[in-house]
Design a binder for this molecule. Structure first.
Ligand SMILES: Cc1ncc(COP(=O)(O)O)c(C=O)c1O
Length: 405
């Protein structure tokens, strides 16, 4: 008998289950609102034209070889990426207290940062928001944290942030807990703290001696403005916090499968940097040895070329304008149909994802009766909506709200 016969099924991955159900559905009307990537008005996947331009330039550059990258990655990439998020005038950059380490996209940055905090530093407990990107739940325990806890985030009754719950949970967190915070465009709720709320979050983190680990995946894709979207990180740095930030280029460069990521460290004292780098080198050698170059080179090429950088910002504007249009169109259609409930959260939420507020039964009904697929949690990807399908989706949601309690 095979040694592997004892292996049991692992827990299902929500998004994969949903995609399988979608593929199996034979209706010509089927719509997938569960995907995690951008779609055009025509419902097509998209590679930014500026990425294609950069790829052509890189392909033509015969000085680029296929040697291994250094274990800590391509320095021109990590420096450029860190500057993009923190801003060139960041006090942490000017004082040489910030540096980046190239990672296998955002998930790799989270895993590496979590390994460092749990195994090297010895932090025992990590906190994630109750509603979150599902992989956070496995990354932190797998990286060595002894305990994973949740802080409250979403209030279904207000269809917004449960800020009192969030503050109470952080206030009760034991000293030295690591708090994971989404920088902007919170996945899955599409609901971010206001600046005043970020100030209060920073107060609690400081008073309770907690450690901040930011997750930045949607930089530029929340408000459309790079400065605004990075505000929370810059604010924490302005208060002198030490922190880590996982930075992904999957979504804001449409480079999902190139795995371009950066783990930013901001420290108080420059003396610790060589020791941190040596420990992180050791962690990377034991995990994947070194990161891939292609995506990192694309990002570096674009951000360091003023013309291409402007084109990239133009692409970000195209994406965020589409989110806003689809949010407004869905709200308008539901209000026109007099669908019971308040739909203003559709336009107050931000970014690619939205918690529209349908429960699990209503979500199943949408799939079974109308061939519209979304995560059971209630998250929809706004990009699954197109000018052609929005009326169909609004009528289906109206039907689900009226007929499934
Ligand atoms: C909140 C959040 N963190 C991290 C990631 C990981 O992104 P990447 O594809 O860069 O690994 C995602 C991807 O959807 C995400 O939504």
């Amino acid at each position: 008998m095979s040694r592997f016969s004892q292996v049991k099924f692992g827990p299902p991955i929500e998004v994969s289950v949903l995609n399988e159900r979608f593929e199996a559905d034979t209706s010509p009307n089927k719509i997938n609102l569960g995907i995690g990537t951008y779609r055009t008005n025509e419902g097509q996947t998209w590679v930014m034209p500026v990425v294609r331009t950069a790829e052509k330039a890189l392909a033509a550059d015969e000085t680029l070889d296929k040697e291994y990258l250094p274990v800590l990655g391509l320095e021109s990439f990590t420096t450029t990426a860190t500057k993009l998020l923190l801003g060139a005038d960041s006090p942490a950059i000017k004082e040489n207290r910030a540096f980046g380490i190239q990672t296998v996209s955002g998930a790799g940055a989270l895993r590496l940062g979590a390994e460092f905090l749990a195994r090297t530093v010895g932090y025992p407990i990590s906190y994630i928001s109750k509603e979150t990107w599902e992989s956070h739940r496995s990354i932190f325990p797998n990286a060595g944290f002894k305990e994973l806890r949740e802080y409250r985030y979403w209030s279904n009754s207000n269809r917004g942030l449960d800020f009192e719950g969030l503050l109470e949970d952080l206030n009760n967190a034991p000293e030295n807990s690591v708090i994971l915070l989404h920088v902007c465009a919170h996945n899955p709720t599409g609901c971010d703290p206001t600046r005043e709320q970020w100030v209060k979050i920073a107060d609690v983190i400081q008073e309770r001696k907690l450690f901040t680990f930011f997750d930045s995946v949607y930089h530029g894709l929340a408000s459309g403005d790079l400065e605004t979207d990075a505000w929370a990180v810059k604010y924490f740095i302005s208060r002198g916090f030490e922190l880590l930030c996982a930075q992904s280029f999957a979504k804001n460069f449409t480079l999902y499968n190139e795995r371009a990521g950066n783990l930013i460290f901001v420290v108080k004292d420059t003396d610790v940097i060589p020791k941190i780098k040596s420990q992180v080198t050791f962690l990377i050698r034991g995990m994947y040895s070194n990161a891939p170059s292609h995506g990192a080179r694309i990002v570096t090429h674009i951000l360091n070329n003023p013309t291409l950088c402007e084109q990239w910002k133009g692409c970000i504007t195209v994406m965020t304008a589409r989110y806003k249009d689809m949010r407004a169109a869905l709200r308008e259609a539901l209000e026109r149909l007099n669908t019971p409930g308040n739909w203003s959260h559709l336009t107050s939420q931000i970014g690619m994802f939205s918690y529209i507020g349908l429960d699990e039964k209503q979500s199943l009904y949408l799939a079974d009766k109308h061939h519209i697929f979304k995560l059971p949690s209630g998250r929809i990807n706004i990009c699954g909506l197109t000018p052609d399908n929005i009326e169909y989706v609004a009528n289906a949601i109206n039907d689900a709200v009226l007929n499934v309690q």
